[in-house]
Write a protein that binds this ligand. Structure first.
Ligand SMILES: Nc1ncnc2c1ncn2[C@@H]1O[C@H](COP(=O)(O)OP(=O)(O)O)[C@@H](O)[C@H]1O
Ligand SMILES: [Mg+2]
Length: 282
């Protein structure tokens, strides 16, 4: 416990130097965590932020697939102590480093909390040389996910308008608030029909959290269902680069504006915006 408190303090100290640690999580899988973190990481690297993207989804890793990078080793090799952290890091570009997770590891229950704390220690060291540490966590409220979340300065919970996704997101927020005393939880409402639906889902969630958990949420960003995203994932190219004006890319820019007060213009071409609107993609 003492050890954890120490790590947390170190991360807070890190944050004082204007560095951010952002974890993106959810109650349910398949809601867009990897799409959001991968594209946010690329977009931040493009505006000259030094970024580390940690694929913390030990069960079902896919940052490497979304970004089309080859990985030989993973964070599991670091936990097993067969590789050093520096040896498994993949350079995506000059500013973005990726720490791959082990794919297809079904049983991670034998990764001890101490090993994870040890890993956070190594990450702290690395994070001190960068501007942003982005963590793509696994879904759900397992102890492993909590260890990653506890150390994050900012937590973004992703949910879609589906009732199961909302219920699971609420369960995660409840645990974070009651057991881990987290405040200021942010939300990303994904795959909504339109802006209004995203706003409604957020308002409902916020009302319930205020009433039953005495905590307020903030909507960091939202996205509608964007047909260009699955295509860009199939071709392993980040949508933010290849369709920068797609509604999903705009939602990522909105997320960056929220955290970094960057004022990135959300759309640069009003004609494209008109067509996006016409096809219901805004
Ligand atoms: N806004 C969106 N519009 C359309 N498809 C989306 C959107 N967000 C995510 N997806 C799709 O949903 C699937 C799951 O997304 P992913 O980012 O892997 O979720 P997670 O990491 O939470 O499991 C992917 O096929 C992705 O293309
Ligand atoms: Mg994922």
């Amino acid at each position: 416990m003492n050890d954890q408190a120490k790590k947390l303090r170190e991360l807070v100290d890190t944050n004082k130097k204007n560095q951010k640690v952002i974890a993106v999580s959810s109650g349910k899988g398949g809601v867009g965590k990897t799409s959001i973190t991968s594209n946010m990481a690329v977009a931040l690297s493009n505006i000259n932020k030094k970024v580390i993207l940690l694929d913390g989804d030990l069960g079902l890793a896919n940052v490497d697939i979304v970004l089309g990078v080859k990985t030989n080793y993973s964070i599991i090799d670091v936990i097993n102590k067969s590789k050093r952290l520096e040896e498994i890091i993949v350079d995506y570009n000059q500013n973005l480093k990726i720490i791959p997770a082990g794919s297809g590891i079904e049983d991670i229950s034998n990764v001890s909390e101490n090993d994870l704390i040890d890993l956070m220690d190594k990450l702290n060291e690395l994070a001190s040389q960068t501007d942003v540490l982005l963590i793509d966590t696994g879904a759900g409220i397992s102890k492993k996910v909590m260890t990653l979340l506890k150390n994050a300065i900012d937590i973004v919970i992703v949910a879609t308008p589906e009732p199961t996704s909302i219920a699971d997101a609420y369960a995660t927020i409840k645990i974070l608030t009651l057991n881990y005393k987290r405040k200021d939880i942010k939300m990303f409402i994904n795959m909504a029909k339109d802006k209004q639906e995203a706003q409604n889902v957020f308002n409902n969630m916020n009302n319930i959290c205020e009433k039953f958990l005495n905590t307020k949420l903030e909507m960091a960003s939202y996205s509608v269902f964007d047909k260009t995203l699955p295509n860009s994932i199939k071709s392993q190219k980040p949508i933010i680069q290849y369709y920068p004006d797609s509604s999903f890319s705009i939602s990522i820019k909105r997320l960056i504006n929220y955290f970094f007060s960057q004022n990135i213009k959300l759309i640069d071409n009003p004609i494209k915006m008109f067509f996006n609107n016409l096809f219901g993609r805004m």
